[in-house]
Design a protein around this ligand. Structure first.
Ligand SMILES: Cc1ncc(COP(=O)(O)O)c(C=O)c1O
Length: 411
């Protein structure tokens, strides 16, 4: 039986920094306050947006007389996982036709990262210790996800603070000097938190070194379609790596591109060298999944299966994706215009339009980020990352004016 001291040795954990930021924003009563920490899409009125196509399929499900609430298979809803794989790799992908891709439904992108990391931890032919190379910086959760399964994170240079761009040569050098068969986690598109992606030419060079060194690619793809508005274009790097036979897996999330944050719908795809290897991998993923969640949740997978497998609904979804990506891209352009043309803010701000996806690294220093929060009631992480989704036609002027002031040291 637990006694009074049982949990005395448990230290208090710090709160998650993003959730802390949101809590501080909520408490702030200043009318022009802005939350740029949020990692979810907001419409022009700063409201969460339910995609019209999602409303439609939710209604279809509700009125489906055949709907029951049985368990899904351990590896998920087959019509969802198959369609999700076609979306990621392309319907005409030879890897799919050859049966070399094994797909398992997961608890959104986080669950895909976890299952992928757990699978590698147990079955990857580790060369030395169990290590994974993460970009510096990366989505902070990557560190805990790998540590939880006994894989030690290392980092590779990614972001160059001087150019506010990709530290390409240093990145390539780390790929070259890492022990052979190392595992590299790559963000497939819309790198979080920097918004800086390699060009196609750079992706090809990255693939060259990965192949030459026999490294393994752990792709995290949380923003397909949401990044550029184009589902195919955002999957380019993944498909190019498959075409070139880079050994890899892909984590897929439908949180951002379908606005299904709470439904937790995602998939893990392992691209194997043969159909028989894919089958063996699937049996082991199934064993792991069984002990962790038994069966994945049905609702979000059913919604996505309807959208992905019906040509008309799929077209509607693509329109909705373009609405979200288009608004974000418009905010980038407007902010860039305000800083360069209206305020003539010192420095070069081209990175605002060159970066991609929900996040942008502004390049401002930690104390400038803090000043924006403390003096202008603009909430952002101290690394200067802003969520473009938090900007809209009502607050962008105030943000640009405040950013200009903080850059000039006038805030
Ligand atoms: C890089 C990256 N990977 C994975 C995720 C996982 O998101 P979710 O579990 O909500 O699909 C996110 C979400 O912010 C992300 O930015």
């Amino acid at each position: 039986m637990a006694n009074a001291e049982t949990w005395d040795s448990v230290p208090l954990a710090p709160p998650d920094s993003i959730f802390k930021l949101t809590a501080a924003y909520k408490e702030d009563t200043f009318p022009q306050k802005i939350n740029l920490g949020v990692g979810a899409y907001r419409d022009d009125d700063n409201k969460p947006w339910v995609l019209p196509v999602v409303k439609k399929v939710t209604d279809m499900l509700l009125h489906d007389p055949a709907l029951e609430h049985e368990y899904l298979p351990i590896t998920g809803l087959p019509e969802f996982t198959a369609a999700a794989a076609r979306l990621m790799f392309g319907a005409d992908s030879p890897a799919l036709a050859e049966g070399r891709v094994t797909s398992v439904q997961t608890i959104s992108g986080t669950g895909a990262n976890h299952l992928g990391a757990l699978f590698l931890s147990k079955f990857y032919g580790w060369y030395e210790g169990k290590e994974v190379y993460l970009s510096d910086p990366t989505w902070v959760n990557h560190f805990a996800i790998f540590r939880n399964v006994g894989v030690e994170p290392r980092t590779y240079p990614y972001y160059d603070a001087n150019t506010i761009g990709l530290a390409f040569s240093a990145f390539i050098e780390t790929l070259q000097t890492a022990p052979p068969r190392s595992v590299f986690l790559l963000h497939a598109c819309a790198h979080n938190p920097t918004g800086v992606d390699p060009t196609r030419e750079q992706w090809s060079q990255i693939a060259d070194v990965i192949l030459a060194k026999g490294h393994y690619t752990f792709f995290d793809c949380a923003y397909q379609g949401f990044a550029s508005g184009d589902l195919e274009g955002d999957a380019w790097a993944v498909r190019e790596f498959v075409r070139r036979n880079v050994p890899m897996l892909v984590c897929q999330s439908f949180a951002k591109n379908a606005g299904l944050y709470g439904e937790r719908v995602g998939a893990l795809h392992v691209v194997a060298p043969s159909a028989s290897a894919a089958t063996r991998v699937k049996t082991q993923l199934s064993v792991l999944q069984r002990s962790e969640i038994s069966n994945p949740p049905a609702h979000g997978a059913r919604l996505m299966a309807l959208i992905l497998n019906n040509p008309e609904l799929f077209e509607e979804w693509k329109r909705d994706i373009r609405t979200m990506a288009g608004r974000i891209i418009a905010m980038r352009q407007e902010l860039h215009g305000l800083l360069t043309d209206k305020y003539k803010t010192p420095g070069n701000w081209d990175h605002i339009v060159n970066q991609i996806g929900m996040f942008s690294f502004t390049g401002i220093r930690a104390e400038q980020s803090q000043a924006l929060t403390e003096k202008a009631h603009i909430y952002l992480t101290t690394n200067g990352r802003i969520s473009m989704a938090g900007l809209n036609s009502h607050n962008i002027e105030y943000f640009a004016e405040s950013l200009d002031k903080v850059v000039r040291g006038q805030l």
